[in-house]
Write a protein that binds this ligand. Structure first.
Ligand code: NAD
Length: 342
């Protein structure tokens, strides 16, 4: 069994912990937190051993009546691999600690690509990270774009990608984020950081990206134009995308008109935390004009990277092939269950 430690137990960390626990070949050694809060008590309630990320704050846990299993160094030492899901920038600060204990670590998309040995997306470059010490599971948006680009590139060839990312202002619990009542070009200059980030997965891809932020919390929406090297019809492209793991091509008849309805669908389907791990591509939007493909997709920022973290664990440790790992991950998480009941 692969022993996995999770350092940083917030939006991403708690989801990764549950996904690790669901795998047949992995165990959660424990999770590390900086302070006692509802997520810390939730971790204990779920049966995870809790480790203190900051030694001086240990008395705060005792005061809150939350039992600790030890310090984060002990967690790192006892783990075969660490998933670092700390806020952006802190993962890079922690890298030294992981090196000290000779424990490989996965960082998240908020970290700079320069900090790590490699960047990872299960569909696009699973086989490139084995043996690396520090691997970055790319951001929610880059994950969503990579899952789309990989099959299109393999099947039709890509001349150029142009994408506008309409991004949620913050996650539902991020009370301090915005905008509150505005639509903000972010960044106002081109390209947004997303295009260069996609190039960490597809180094030779021509891609331009623009970003906006809007007062929403549920999901991101991408408006995508891909100039292909051939001219498939829209139906073929729709079928290709529908056949991929971790894509959900929304059928016309289901009446899903936006992120709100998608989240409602996930709740009705009994998904944990109403998570949507797949790219949600509107089937009706998939259109071809000459060589140009157009479509809209929605990305659930809090959860699409979770199965990618699971695959990255096996890819770094070299325990399973890409196909086996993605299948194991999806089966264990019930990701292969359709969001639409048959
Ligand atoms: P979060 O703020 O929800 O969770 C981070 C957790 O780490 C918090 O519980 C915080 O208390 C804890 N923490 C802070 N400093 C720590 C330390 N030194 N040691 C241990 N724990 C510490 O953040 P998040 O949204 O889960 O983001 C984590 C990473 O994942 C970031 O790199 C982010 O860019 C990336 N990411 C976030 C999203 C998203 O939409 N939330 C999507 C994809 C990737």
């Amino acid at each position: 069994m692969i022993q996995v430690g999770i350092n940083g137990y917030g939006t991403i960390g708690k989801r990764v912990a549950d996904a690790v626990r669901a795998q047949p070949d992995m165990e959660v050694v424990g999770v590390a937190k900086t302070r006692p809060n509802f997520e810390a008590s939730g971790a204990v309630d779920r049966g995870y051993d809790l480790y203190a990320a900051i030694e001086e704050r240990k008395p705060l846990f005792a005061e809150a009546g939350i039992e600790l299993a030890g310090d984060v160094e002990e967690l790192i030492d006892a783990s075969d691999i660490i998933v670092d899901a700390c806020p952006s920038g802190i993962g890079a600060d922690n890298a030294e600690l992981y090196r000290e204990y000779d424990t490989p670590a996965l960082l998240q998309g908020g970290e700079d690509a320069e900090v790590v040995d490699s960047s990872f997306n299960a569909r696009a470059n699973y086989d490139t990270v084995e043996g690396d010490d520090l691997v970055r599971v790319v951001s929610c948006n880059t994950t969503g774009l990579s899952r789309l680009i990989a099959p299109l590139q393999e099947e039709y060839g890509i001349d150029k990608v142009r994408t506008t990312l309409v991004r949620r202002g913050g996650d539902p619990a991020q009370t301090g984020r915005g905008p509150i009542n505005d639509i903000v070009p972010n960044p106002v200059t081109l390209p947004s950081h997303h295009g260069p980030d996609v190039n960490t997965i597809f180094p030779d891809l021509a891609i331009d990206t623009l970003g906006l932020k809007v007062p929403a919390t549920l999901m991101h929406t991408h408006s995508v134009n891909v100039t292909l090297e051939s001219q498939p019809d829209a139906g073929e492209v729709r079928d290709l995308l529908a056949d991929q793991r971790r894509t959900f091509v929304i059928p016309d008849w289901v009446g899903i008109d936006g992120a709100g309805a998608l989240k409602e669908l996930a709740q009705d389907a009994g998904r944990p935390r109403a998570d949507i791990w797949e790219n949600c591509i509107w089937g009706e939007s998939v259109s071809m004009e000459g060589n140009d493909l157009y479509l809209f997709q929605a990305i659930h920022q809090e959860s699409d990277v979770v199965p990618e973290n699971i695959d990255a664990i096996r890819a770094v440790l070299g325990t399973e092939s890409q196909e086996t790992s993605m299948e194991l991950t999806d089966e264990a998480m019930d990701l292969d269950e359709s969001l639409i009941p048959n």
